[in-house]
Design a protein around this ligand. Structure first.
Ligand code: ADP
Ligand code: ZN
Ligand code: ZN
Length: 731
């Protein structure tokens, strides 16, 4: 008798055994409905075997088979199954995560076939004049003679249903199912947008990738900002589409980069689908179905678009591969870039990781010759690199956070009709509200975090848990009315610029000003128009926008990032610095970058400004090697949190014991913790961490696999929420 193993969307590692139903045979990778407790649940068949750990007479049969075909192409199925093991995450949750919500809920995984009206043989032969007493029917038939019409679209042609029914009764036209609309590879793919003369570096990168288009290779396209990486992607995709294959493009945050989508649409006369957070479930399902049946040519999306099934995938492109938004930080903590490389390998296709600031992981893989590096070292066209300078704040007084030399430069650039970008990675009006008399500071009750002052809404807000309070008039502790605002956020910067530059329009772009759909696009359009203007932005602005008229960029306050305890802080700071400073002088207008700092002697700043990112990165890699940190070692992080700050730490120390006493533990394993998280209290819960480092990924994985079944037996384990992050990026 056959036993069917089924993954259910539950936070449990095991799959569940059921018996075959009377009618039909389930498919591995397809959905079935099964009785679970007193309810019916949808599950995914993971295997069909002959025996079960349970007695066969205890097993229940499957109640319904939903799919007669696997939902996952083979390559995707293998990747997901690999990921279940690698990330130690429940099979059901991983498989369901990779599916659109409506599929999870049981909707059909086939395109609803549309019907169309067409002219019968009889209709083709009839004289149109014989319909002259029914002018509407005559008109309808005339239109239909030019080609079949989708039955949902008859209104667009101003044809009514009654005429069509009348013609049908006369057997002059009829309804039929539409043929599946497989994407038409023979289209003239290239729309008539202006062609750019590519430079030698671009041509040779395109050439070598296209020559290797039929096999798996991971390419690092390391191109300084404005070196024409996107142009390289477009040309290669064109080559892939011409062979009848599809392309997948991942970007960090699509809502923030409407420009990249516009460039694709302008370039290709082919169906492009976009997956982003603003789609509803129906739209998501439609993208999924179209890619799967080969109707779409290109899918552009964020992290989870990686799980889109394709009919014939030809290439994967990861833009801004260093961006940490590719890593999921809760639930199933997968890294979309790493899984994408694995997917490309399974699909036997090339993958391009594009960035101006490669992650150290990627550079390490280049050094190990796992990835191949291509360099675009020149800015395109006549754009030139910008002058960079440190402004030492120890010697310079500040006017509202802006030093005198910066103000002077701003005036110069604005006077020349150029644009200035001020980077301040702190939204809101100010980060701290302080009582002048008793030094009370307004802090979130639920988090280890000060309240940010939002002046316009007149409230205090916690940026961790989003809780809000009205702005007080008096100190709640001593009653004093001398409350002072400390520090500067983007909202305040906007108000102080007004009197300093009364004639100059200011555009502030951060999460608070772009909540509403379309506002970002509006701002970007205003900026594009040119003319003297000041832009204020948080790191949102650093992501891929192209501002042709910005010639001066200043980073106002980034010192915090120089002294973080996170060993990745230097890497992230350097990437941010290069991305932000790369916004200056994208067209040749003599770009300048000014960085205000109290620590001009800081070695990181020196290396970055004098020797560039790649030098920094090589040095940082060497330091990581010496310290035995990733990517030279594998890292796993256990997180735990509780409500009373007792159980989580205790749970992790018992876990420590368990690991330490395991027969699989060797002396290359480093166990660190339990320690409180970087932000120890968030949303009323206390966060603790335990780190594991091992030079061998294999050994580390083996240890974790062995230990996991015992974790739930740890005393009080049910009182904490715990999770496991393999290759963590944020702590
Ligand atoms: P990146 O993605 O590396 O930041 P882009 O591909 O966005 O660079 O190119 C920056 C700008 O330069 C775009 O406006 C693009 O159209 C233009 N560009 C790209 N390649 C060339 C080229 N070879 N000659 C002139 N302009 C180019
Ligand atoms: Zn007070
Ligand atoms: Zn809070």
């Amino acid at each position: 008798m056959s036993v069917v193993n089924i993954a259910l969307p539950l936070p449990l590692a095991q799959t569940f055994d059921y018996l075959l139903p009377d009618n039909g045979f389930p498919i591995v990778g397809g959905r079935v409905k099964v009785p679970f407790g007193c309810r019916q649940k949808i599950g995914i068949v993971t295997a069909i075997s002959t025996n079960s750990k349970l007695a066969l007479d205890k097993l229940k049969p499957i109640s319904e088979i939903i799919d007669n075909k696997s939902l996952f192409p083979n390559s995707l199925w293998r990747i997901l199954n690999w990921a279940i093991d690698y990330y130690h995450y429940p099979a059901g949750e991983v498989l369901f995560h990779a599916l659109p919500a409506l599929i999870r809920q049981g909707q059909p995984a086939e395109m609803a076939l549309l019907k169309e009206w067409f002219v019968t043989e009889q209709g083709k032969n009839i004289l149109l004049d014989s319909l002259k007493r029914a002018p509407k029917q005559k008109k309808a038939l005339t239109i239909l003679l030019q080609g079949p019409i989708d039955c949902h679209k008859i209104k667009e042609y101003q044809i009514g249903n009654s005429e069509l029914q009348a013609l049908r009764t006369k057997r002059l036209c009829d309804l039929r199912l539409q043929k599946k609309n497989i994407y038409h590879w023979k289209y003239n793919l290239i729309s008539n947008c202006k062609q750019i003369q590519l430079n030698i570096e671009q041509i040779s990168a395109i050439d070598v990738i296209c020559r290797n288009d039929h096999k798996f290779t991971t390419w690092l396209l390391a191109g300084v900002t404005g070196s024409g990486k996107t142009e390289v992607y477009l040309t290669i995709i064109e080559h892939i589409l011409a062979q009848g294959k599809q392309a997948l493009v991942l970007v960090p945050e699509i809502g923030l980069t409407p420009q990249i989508l516009a460039r694709f649409q302008e370039r290709f006369n082919a169906p492009i689908e976009v997956l982003h957070s603003r789609l509803d479930n129906k739209e998501r399902l439609s993208v999924w179905l179209k890619a799967r049946c080969g109707e779409s040519a290109i899918v552009i999306g964020t992290r989870s678009a990686l799980f889109t099934p394709f009919m014939k995938l030809g290439i994967i492109i990861i833009d801004e591969e260093h961006d940490s938004s590719y890593k999921q930080n809760d639930g199933w903590c997968y890294h979309a870039r790493d899984l994408a490389v694995f997917r490309a390998k399974e699909e036997k296709i090339p993958i391009i990781l594009g960035t101006a600031t490669p992650s150290l992981e990627t550079l390490y893989n280049v050094k190990r010759q796992k990835y191949r590096q291509l360099v675009l070292g020149q800015r395109t066209g006549n754009a030139c690199s910008s002058k960079q300078k440190l402004l030492n704040l120890k010697e310079l007084p500040l006017i509202h956070g802006l030093s005198a030399p910066l103000l002077k430069k701003m005036k110069e650039h604005l006077k020349a009709g150029k644009q200035v970008l001020l980077f301040l990675n702190r939204r809101g009006f100010a980060p701290v509200l302080l009582c002048h008399e008793c030094v009370w500071i307004s802090e979130c009750q639920l988090c280890d975090h000060y309240h940010t002052i939002h002046q316009r809404q007149r409230h205090l807000r916690c940026h961790y848990c989003n809780s809000q309070l009205p702005l007080p008039n008096q100190c709640p502790k001593c009653g004093s009315i001398e409350l002072i605002i400390v520090g500067m956020g983007t909202e305040q910067l906007e108000t102080v610029l007004l009197p300093l530059f009364p004639e100059i329009p200011v555009t502030r772009i951060d999460r608070d000003t772009t909540i509403h759909k379309g506002t970002l696009e509006n701002y970007l359009a205003q900026v594009e128009l040119g003319g003297a203007r000041i832009l204020i932005g948080t790191q949102m602005l650093a992501k891929g926008h192209h501002f042709p008229n910005v010639t001066l960029v200043s980073l106002l306050d980034v010192d915090g990032a120089l002294f973080s305890s996170d060993f990745r802080a230097a890497e992230h700071f350097s990437q941010l610095y290069i991305q932000v400073s790369g916004r200056a002088g994208r067209a040749c207008k003599g770009g300048e970058v000014l960085l205000q700092t109290y620590h001009p002697e800081h070695p990181l700043l020196k290396t970055l400004l004098n020797h560039g990112y790649m030098n920094f990165a090589n040095q940082a890699l060497e330091e990581r090697r010496q310290a035995g940190l990733p990517p030279f070692t594998s890292q796993v992080l256990f997180r735990a949190n509780d409500y009373n700050n007792r159980e989580a730490g205790f749970f992790l120390s018992q876990l420590y014991q368990l690991l330490d006493n395991s027969p699989l533990r060797d002396n290359l394993l480093r166990l660190m913790g339990p320690i409180p998280a970087l932000v120890p209290k968030r949303g009323g819960r206390f966060y603790w961490q335990l780190f594991l480092l091992h030079p061998s990924r294999f050994q580390l994985q083996r240890l974790i696999t062995a230990i996991l079944p015992s974790i739930n037996k740890i005393f009080h384990s049910h009182k904490v929420k715990w999770s496991l992050d393999v290759d963590p990026v944020d702590y």
